[in-house]
Design a protein around this ligand. Structure first.
Ligand SMILES: Cc1cc2nc3c(=O)[nH]c(=O)nc-3n(C[C@H](O)[C@H](O)[C@H](O)COP(=O)(O)OP(=O)(O)OC[C@H]3O[C@@H](n4cnc5c(N)ncnc54)[C@H](O)[C@@H]3O)c2cc1C
Length: 415
């Protein structure tokens, strides 16, 4: 009775820890040869934090990130549109965390190796394809240039936005979909702004800046690691470099576009200049699909529902997927019935979030709405976009993504 997992990212590692917790044998194939702490900042919302706490990882989260206190939207001139408390400060029973993605991945891997031993994961192993028969699966993978096979009761495709497992289910799908936005991402040592645990988004649909600290201030210097994303939208028919989370670029490609972004409490040019390395990534997602299952094979995380990183729901939903899937495995046993039950619980909502994030459904859409209503004069904001409307916009995304205070605090434990 075994589960094979393609991908040792956030979803694959959390699933390994979860299966260990409920005593289901598993093995992870991860294509990277040597794990490294790659990526920059991501956010974990209270429902996902709750699940990581349930895995006994409470202390780990304080080591790889900080608790987010508030979340605010600003115009491109720095005028506040909407700010709300987050996590425990908003009344949730669990905090929200801003973390370094790579450090989180390494910490999950450490916890997995400590609990299950090194042999639960094979690095340098790329899952190529699978065959199903009688509710079992044979997985073909390549390791050190050799083709190998392994049989199991289930294969979980946790292999990210370029999932090979998904490509076998949808052979004509092609590459991820790009809407025209380019993100330049970096981290810089700087004094934290506002409350010191604030996440802010400023600008509109064509140009924006997102920033939040991912470490507590150093006791001596007072400086934190500040994560930032500078973003611009161009004509989506122009050429763009294929998405690669690790492509480094020169800040001169975009820094001049933000040269006058000085809000008094945050000075964007110096934040950009202080970064040791900057990564370029086109904002891509995947077209929602009607099925994530093929018998005992099921997709989770970005392999199932890659979405724009605008509502902090990518890693959050990837973690929730692992716990919901595990709950269904406990209820139905290993095999296609559990896979289908998981799909029925998560797919409709996740697909709605993906589509909402493309349009006006994401929380960040409030910035463009303010821009459109104010027509360049943000002094009229309160009249043009009344407080109640801003509050309703914020609440509607949380409802869409199942992240509202009531839904989170009142939900029974997933496992
Ligand atoms: C290197 C890297 C850096 C990232 N940086 C950021 C960031 O800075 N900000 C952000 O918002 N999101 C980032 N992401 C994406 C983010 O981790 C995901 O959106 C989210 O956490 C969901 O996680 P996931 O496990 O589904 O996917 P991922 O975290 O992407 O993990 C997928 C894993 O599958 C492995 N894999 C892929 N194909 C195969 C295969 N055929 N066989 C075996 N293994 C395979 C990959 O190497 C990867 O480890 C990054 C992802 C990666 C891989």
């Amino acid at each position: 009775m075994t589960v094979l997992i393609a991908g040792g990212g956030i979803a694959g590692l959390t699933l390994g820890l979860t299966l260990h917790q409920i005593s289901i044998p598993f093995h992870i194939f991860e294509t990277t040869r040597a794990p490294k702490p790659l990526g920059v900042g991501i956010n974990l919302q209270p429902p996902a934090v709750r699940e990581l706490f349930a895995l006994g990882l409470e202390d780990m989260l304080d080591e790889v990130g900080i608790q987010t206190r508030d979340y605010g939207f600003y115009t491109r001139t720095g005028q506040e549109i909407w700010t709300e408390p987050r996590g425990c400060h908003a009344g949730y029973n669990w905090p929200q965390y801003s973390v370094h993605r790579g450090r989180l991945q390494m910490a999950l891997l450490d916890a997995l190796r400590t609990r299950c031993g090194d042999s639960c994961i094979t690095f340098g192993a790329r899952v190529r394809r699978y065959e199903t028969r009688c509710d079992r699966v044979t997985v073909h993978y390549e390791v050190q240039g050799s083709d190998k096979t392994a049989s199991a009761d289930m294969l979980i495709g946790a292999d990210g936005i370029h999932s090979g497992v998904r490509a076998q289910m949808y052979p004509t799908e092609g590459p991820p979909v790009w809407g025209g936005a380019i993100m330049w991402r970096g981290t810089s040592l700087a004094k934290p702004f506002l409350t010191g645990q604030s996440m802010i988004l400023a600008g509109n649909n064509t140009q924006r800046f997102v920033s939040y600290p991912i470490s507590a201030p150093d006791g001596v210097t007072g400086l934190s690691q500040i994560n930032w994303i500078a973003e611009k939208t161009v004509d989506p028919t122009t050429h763009f470099e294929k998405e690669d989370w690790n492509r480094r670029v020169d800040v001169n490609q975009f820094a001049s576009d933000f040269s006058d972004w000085d809000f008094g409490w945050i000075y964007v040019p110096s934040l950009i200049a202080a970064a040791t390395e900057v990564f370029e990534y086109p904002m891509v997602d995947r077209e929602p699909v009607p099925r994530w299952t093929d018998g005992p094979v099921v997709l989770i995380g970005d392999a199932a529902h890659a979405t724009y990183p605008v509502g902090s729901s990518g890693a959050t939903q990837a973690i929730l997927d692992t716990r919901i899937l595990a709950a269904e495995l406990r209820g139905h046993g290993l095999g296609s019935a559990a896979a289908s039950a998981f799909e029925a619980r998560v797919l409709p909502m996740a697909n709605r979030v993906t589509l909402g994030n493309r349009g006006n459904g994401g929380p960040d859409a409030i910035m463009q709405i303010a821009e459109d209503r104010c027509k360049g004069d943000f002094t009229v904001l309160d009249r043009a976009l009344p407080y109640d409307e801003r509050a309703a916009h914020s609440a509607s995304f949380k409802k869409l993504a199942g992240l509202s205070l009531e839904a989170t605090n009142n939900a029974p434990a997933l496992l």
